[in-house]
Design a protein around this ligand. Structure first.
Ligand code: ZN
Length: 536
């Protein structure tokens, strides 16, 4: 039985870009478009040419897209002007994309209230706009704004709007749940009704996530007959977001009720790039990735409970709905207080640390982890510190940064002045680093980072190091409070690592997490040891 094709339309660069706090530059848009093309989505909506300088520049920037159809977005023509003379349409045509996606009203309430024109005039605007682009050899997509609300309010009029574009030769009629309030059962019913007039192979779905159902609504639409899904990377979009393609694409491939009936132009092996694709967007947005994202989140295949861990080690299917590798993710066995020997073993295996399961050093690592957890450490979210600790106990980490002393002074006169000094002992030589900051931790960080060049032996390793996030938690109250600091760092590889420091003193806790981060970077890049010191 031949399978029906489902087309994927990405609107990260248009609808996603409308999110609060998101402001893509042209070069970021180019990078995202390249990743989407590599993934193999059918359409990439680049933005709205003529609507703002970034989008106009982006459409003027040559793109090498060999798998995806580059698409310009716009709005139907205005009343009282012909399509040819509408200044809103010419930049869209001049963008010279193979396809255009044009949004128009289908909800009578919006036609009356927002546009203030007659229903008939709105129908003409849709028809004339479709005719104009199709005459000019563009593949035409009509984004039927608020379609589901429109259909509930006035089904005949909503359908009439679709027909205007369809009869002129539109390739796609995209049913938009613009306000995101429709539920999957309603989407299924309405899409099915529409297929009685317009073939499903011409219908698309554009769902927003205001009831947390954008993914479900997209899948329901496909089951009811639609053959194009519009969405964004990580569900980026205004309010509660758009349909998340990072969840939709793997479900289409890996869930039998879809994979038996449908196929995509995306190659199956490209699924393994989804996790990277998701993280790339977070990197560009400088956002911490959502750990609990379906399929691609860091915790999507994490196991902590002792029973779960031992079952997963017998057969991962016991607690995993798919093999994480299929989407480029990986299994994560979390080390915690309840951790047993097997847990430590699989964690070591994850870092490629080969050790005989009877080696007594395993118990040393386990004891050390337990002791530290008792004093307030938690390696759940501090992979890099765990990896360093285990390797140190196995004698595999040479000494890198030897700190002889550090000090911080805070002085308040007219203004608050914070200075820090760190003295490293590298190859037997004292290296003094000083710096200022808006607080003690910032001053220490600056003292080290602004003087990396003085630590000649290691300076090259630190040039691309970035501290992404710094979190402080007070573990108990009163004067004996213990502070736990978690630092997230990254470098040009885009991979993040997490380090932890615990102490009753917040500065000491921060300093430990900071030095662990630097040591981890040196360790992972196999930097030379602090030799003269070790030779002593
Ligand atoms: Zn939208």
């Amino acid at each position: 039985m031949s399978k029906d094709k489902v087309y994927i339309f990405d609107t990260t660069l248009r609808d996603g870009a409308q999110t609060e706090g998101v402001d893509f530059s042209v070069s970021e848009k180019v990078k995202i478009a390249k990743a989407l093309n590599d993934l193999g989505v059918d359409y990439i909506e680049g933005g709205w040419p003529g609507a703002n300088p970034t989008d106009t520049d982006f459409f003027n920037t040559p793109q090498k897209l060999d798998k995806s159809i580059f698409t310009a977005f716009g709005m139907t023509k205005k009343l009282g002007r012909s399509a040819e003379n509408d200044p809103g349409l010419s930049p869209i045509l001049n963008a010279n994309t193979k396809a255009v996606c044009i949004v128009g009203k289908t909800w009578d309430f919006h036609v009356d209230v927002a546009l203030g024109i007659t229903k008939k005039e709105n129908l003409e605007n849709i028809r004339e706009t479709a005719k104009y682009f199709i005459k000019n050899k563009r593949e035409f997509l009509f984004d039927a704004e608020h379609f589901f609300d429109a259909y509930k309010s006035n089904p005949n009029y909503a359908l009439d709007c679709l027909k205007q574009a369809y009869e002129e030769g539109a390739r796609w009629l995209v049913l938009c749940d613009t306000n995101g309030g429709t539920l999957p059962n309603e989407v299924g019913e309405i899409v099915y009704e529409i297929t009685k007039t317009i073939p499903g192979k011409n219908l698309g779905i554009h769902a927003h996530n205001d009831t947390e159902n954008a993914v479900s609504n997209s899948l329901a639409a496909v089951l009811a007959g639609a053959r194009q899904i519009q969405g964004t990377i990580n569900g980026l979009g205004e309010r509660c977001g758009n349909a998340n393609l990072m969840s939709i694409i793997p479900s289409l491939f890996l869930k039998k009720s879809f994979s038996d009936k449908f196929e995509l132009n995306i190659k199956k092996e490209k699924l393994a790039s989804l996790t990277d694709c998701s993280r790339m967007l977070d990197e560009i947005l400088n956002r911490t990735s959502n750990k609990s994202s379906a399929y691609v989140g860091a915790s999507a295949f994490s196991h902590k409970g002792g029973l779960h861990v031992s079952a997963v080690q017998k057969d991962p299917k016991t607690y995993e709905h798919i093999d994480p590798k299929l989407v480029g993710n990986h299994r994560n066995i979390i080390v915690s207080d309840q951790a047993g020997k097997s847990n430590i073993l699989s964690r070591l295996e994850k870092y490629g640390i080969k050790i005989d399961s009877k080696d007594p050093k395993i118990l040393r690592i386990l004891d050390e982890v337990k002791d530290r957890e008792f004093s307030g450490y938690s390696y759940d979210g501090a992979d890099a510190s765990f990896e360093l600790l285990a390797n140190r106990l196995l004698g595999k980490v040479p000494e890198f940064l030897k700190v002889e002393s550090y000090s911080v002074t805070v002085e308040k006169s007219d203004k608050l002045d914070t200075k820090a000094e760190v003295i490293f002992l590298i190859d037997g030589e004292k290296i003094k680093c000083t710096g200022k900051g808006n607080g003690p931790v910032n001053a220490l960080d600056n003292a080290i980072r602004e003087n990396f060049s003085k630590v000649e032996k290691y300076s090259g390793y630190f040039s691309d190091l970035k501290l992404v996030d710094y979190k402080v938690r007070i573990l108990n109250t009163g004067t004996e409070a213990t502070t736990r600091v978690l630092i997230e760092s990254t470098d040009k590889t885009g991979v993040s690592w997490f380090t932890i420091g615990v102490s009753p003193n917040i500065i000491e806790a921060s300093f430990r997490a900071l030095i662990d981060s630097l040591d981890y970077k040196l360790f992972k890049e196999k930097a030379p040891a602090n030799i003269k010191l070790n030779a002593k």
